[in-house]
Design a protein. Sequence first.
Length: 233
Amino acid sequence: MNKAPEKIYDSDPTEDTSWLLTYGDIITLLMIFFVLLFSTSKVSQEKFDQVAQSINESLNRPGPDPKVADTVLTPLAEAQTILEQLIKKEGLEEKMTTKLTKAGLMIELSSNSFFDSGSAKVRLSMFKTLQDLSSVIQNLPENDYRVEIEGHTDNVPIKTARFPSNWELSAMRSINVLHIFEDTGLPKDRITATAFAETKPKVANTNASGVNLPQNQAKNRRVVVYIKNDEGA
């Protein structure tokens, strides 16, 4: 009669292994702890999409649908929603528009509404609008965004003692908007002001014959406020 083979143990079979139960509980709790940390941290939507795309490609599956991704309410998308509600409530449709772009949230201010002709001084009636805009920006996640303010004019030259050219006019308009933002709490190191004069028209100032188009010129006289993601800057 063959003798049954003896069992081979990696450790002493009489050893007390009850500690493994406690060890397993600790590992489980640590895992839950790190999952909670990750879930409450801020995740870059762009980096998340890149990782998702890489994983999907490795699995030979299509990446995330850009149309679906655009529906995710990022902080900038939420800010746009708030601003659109403000625009509708205050009847500012002809004075202020918003657009979510790859570069960030763009808010366009009509110079005809915010400034007198040939002036860089913000109209008193528009102060509250700019203060409300500043408040929306300040409610974004702290230190996550920077604000770039651009001054633009049409092609009509200006030559006054205060504004020798459109460069000075567009510069002061953007700077004066900056000052209002700064006075209402936006940190200096998160705001910049730039002048473009007539060098970046939104639409053509003239027709093919070189005749000025007043409606187009009005569209080109603007101040653009860009709220841009500051990651990696």
